[in-house]
Design a protein around this ligand. Structure first.
Ligand SMILES: [Zn+2]
Ligand SMILES: [Zn+2]
Length: 163
C-alpha cells in the first residue's frame, strides 16, 4: 500500500514510481505467461490539487498464436493514467480511480489496467494464415494444396516434391 496522504494534502508534491511487480496471480490461459516482472515507471503527483498517476507498465509476454499456435513473444507497454480520488462522483467514466483512506493499492490498479487493455487475441503476425482445417499444416510455411488454394494442382505436386 502506498500512503498518499502527504500527496493529497500538498499541491506540487510528487512520488516517483520505479518498481517491479510480480503479478503471478493474474489470470491467464495455460499457453500464456509473463516472461518478466512488470516494470512500473512514472509518477504520482498533485497538480493544482488534483492527484494524478501518470505511469507505464512494461513487460514481456509469451503466448500461443490464436491462429497457428506458434509461440509469440511480445513486449507490451501499457499506460497507467488516472485521476486518483478519495470518493467517486456519479460521473465516473473509468478515468478515476478510488483511493480509499488515501492508500493506493498499486498492484491492484496495475492488474486491472493490464486486464482492460490487454488484446483478446494474440497473433504471431497480423496476416497469420493459420492452420489448414483439412490437413493441419501451418499455412504460413507454404500452401498445402487443400481446398481454397488457387495453385495449379500440377504446381502443388511439384511443390510437394520440392518440400
Ligand atoms: Zn500465427
Ligand atoms: Zn491442407
Amino acid at each position: 500500500m502506498l500512503d498518499l496522504r502527504g500527496l493529497f494534502e500538498k499541491t506540487g508534491e510528487r512520488i516517483l514510481l520505479d518498481q517491479k511487480l510480480e503479478l503471478t496471480d493474474l489470470e491467464l490461459s495455460p499457453s500464456q505467461a509473463f516472461c518478466s516482472p512488470i516494470s512500473v515507471k512514472g509518477e504520482i503527483c498533485n497538480r493544482a490539487g488534483i492527484v494524478i498517476i501518470d505511469a507505464a507498465a512494461a513487460f514481456d509476454f509469451s503466448a500461443a498464436c490464436d491462429r497457428c499456435a506458434a509461440a509469440v513473444n511480445r513486449a507490451f507497454v501499457i499506460p497507467i493514467k488516472h485521476v486518483l480520488v478519495t470518493s467517486l462522483s456519479n460521473e465516473d467514466d473509468g478515468s478515476y480511480f478510488l483511493v480509499e483512506k488515501m492508500e493506493l493499492d498499486l498492484e491492484d490498479l496495475i492488474r486491472s489496467d493490464i486486464l482492460l487493455s490487454f488484446p483478446t487475441k494474440l497473433l504471431c503476425r497480423d496476416d497469420c494464415r493459420g492452420l489448414c482445417p483439412i490437413c493441419g499444416k501451418n499455412r504460413n510455411e507454404g500452401d498445402c494444396g487443400c481446398q481454397g488454394s488457387e495453385t495449379d494442382p500440377r504446381l502443388s505436386a511439384l511443390k510437394e516434391l520440392l518440400d
